[in-house]
Ligand binder design. Structure first.
Ligand code: AMP
Ligand code: GLY
Length: 437
């Protein structure tokens, strides 16, 4: 079966590997020359992933029947609507359904309109005076975000990135002024974050293992927000700090959202990503993404047992099976990123990789924002390479990931080595015990 893939990051490389295992013929669109995708693709084109007409032309030229779209940017401008118009089935949401990610106010309003659990206090502003008055009134701490897509980097949290009213207002003004976006001010949640992703066929959902990502740039979960520095999952598909019942609550929130999108006349197809904070009042919604998470896709697709191509077909036009199977193994993913990632990245440095060494360590490599030029690999401004260790326990998976990291060398690269380590996970377990007691 011929399938179009869009996107050139670690998430898309992981999806391409899963499709390759399924025997798919792969035709890829990406903006950077990702060597992992290029080696699996029958044909590929290096263009911006928002060039809808060119992507449709490429899809027609190669006679693809289905499409997998990794990143959110093409969804926002209606790539799925355009592909469906020319008869290509997509395991990804239409422009209308993707608003669940592309407009943070659409998501919050929908959850509130349909009385779905997990919502939080929020308010949306397009002028500074009203925002100022609101901030003077509220008694809780806040988080400030642009309404639209931010690549995970536009969110500032009071007490971490914003110290006082003046700093909050300065950021509100920056969003309203420079990006000409509305601003959403949310209640700050305190707890531990986790990711629950589901496969959706428009109506039914089927869950993937829980994963915990690490959004902060530096070790110890401090520093600016990033797209995600690394993530882990456990062999039982839960997380060490998640008490029983929390996963089911999160799942019912996602089910509620899928039902609400249906009721609004924009049924959702494709992977859906729920980011939750486990708080003393149960799991609360941080955001919904209209796609796989990155890095989380690398964790779950590395242990996916069910044929991925079959899942794509089920999401795109059939009924998703209830029992999507994953191996009962733990995974730890650490992203190698260019120095400065999260603020100003130092890009364009050569990076050397011994893939054989990585595999011998019991890990997988997923190329991300890397460019292959004359057979050599160079870092871009975003995350470079994901290394996923797989093992019976998180400890074993983490060790394999660290062993494999030795086989990647280069200048001006960084890794958060603390991800998946026993000490950091224990801190999270203790924190949740405290919060819930
Ligand atoms: P987002 O891009 O909305 O996923 O936000 C990026 C990161 O900011 C999240 O992973 C959280 O760590 C933090 N964040 C976002 N919204 C909130 C909130 N309401 N309360 C606390 N932290 C938040
Ligand atoms: N891991 C966060 C995201 O994919 O948005």
């Amino acid at each position: 079966m011929r399938i179009l893939t869009v996107g050139g990051g670690g998430r898309e490389h992981a999806a391409v590997e899963a499709l390759h295992r399924s025997g798919a013929e792969i035709y890829s669109i990406m903006k950077n020359a990702n060597p992992g995708i290029i080696r699996r693709a029958k044909a590929y084109k290096l263009i911006n992933e928002r060039l809808i007409d060119d992507i449709c032309e490429f899809a027609i030229e190669h006679d693809v029947s289905h499409a997998f779209i990794g990143p959110e940017a093409p969804l926002e401008i209606g790539l799925v609507d355009a592909l469906e118009n020319i008869g290509i089935k997509c395991a990804a949401p239409t422009k209308d359904a993707a608003r669940i990610e592309t407009s943070k106010s659409f998501m919050r309003d929908l959850v509130s309109k349909y009385n779905i659990d997990g919502n939080i206090e929020y308010a949306v502003f397009d002028n500074a005076e009203d925002a100022d008055a609101y901030l003077k009134k509220v008694t809780h701490e806040v988080v400030v975000k642009p309404i639209g897509l931010t690549g995970g980097k536009g969110v500032k949290v009071q007490g971490e990135h914003l110290r006082n009213h003046d700093e909050i207002m300065a950021y509100v003004l920056e969003i309203l002024g420079s990006s000409k976006s509305s601003v959403i001010i949310e209640e700050k949640l305190v707890g531990e974050e986790f990711t629950l992703m589901v496969f959706v066929d428009g109506r039914h959902i089927s869950p993937m293992p829980l994963v915990q990502d690490h959004k902060r740039a530096y070790e110890g979960d401090v520093g600016p927000n990033t797209g995600g520095m690394g993530s882990y999952s456990d062999a039982d598909h839960l997380l060490p700090f998640i008490p029983e019942g929390v996963r089911d609550k999160a799942l019912s929130i996602l089910r509620g959202i899928v039902d609400a999108l249906n009721a609004e006349g924009c049924p959702y197809r494709g992977p859906m990503y729920g980011q939750f904070m486990l708080t003393k009042n149960g799991p609360k919604l941080i955001e919904i993404n209209a796609r796989f998470g990155d890095p989380e896709a690398m964790n779950v697709l590395s242990i996916l047992e069910t044929d991925f191509l079959t899942l794509i077909k089920e999401m795109a036009g059939g009924k998703i099976r209830e029992d999507v199977k994953f191996r009962e193994l733990a995974t730890v993913c650490k992203y190698i990123v260019p120095r400065g990632y999260g603020t100003v990245s130092e890009s364009g440095h050569e990076i050397c990789i011994d893939e054989e060494g990585i595999r011998r360590s019991g890990a997988e490599i997923f190329y991300a924002n890397i460019d292959m030029i004359d057979g050599k690999l160079f870092t871009g401004t975003s995350r470079s390479i994901g290394i996923v260790g797989i093992g019976e326990t998180i400890e074993e998976a983490e060790k394999r990931c660290e062993d494999a990291l030795q086989y990647v060398t280069g200048d001006a690269i960084c890794v958060r080595h603390d991800i998946g380590k026993r000490e950091l996970i224990q801190k999270k377990i203790d924190r949740i015990k405290n919060i819930l007691s």
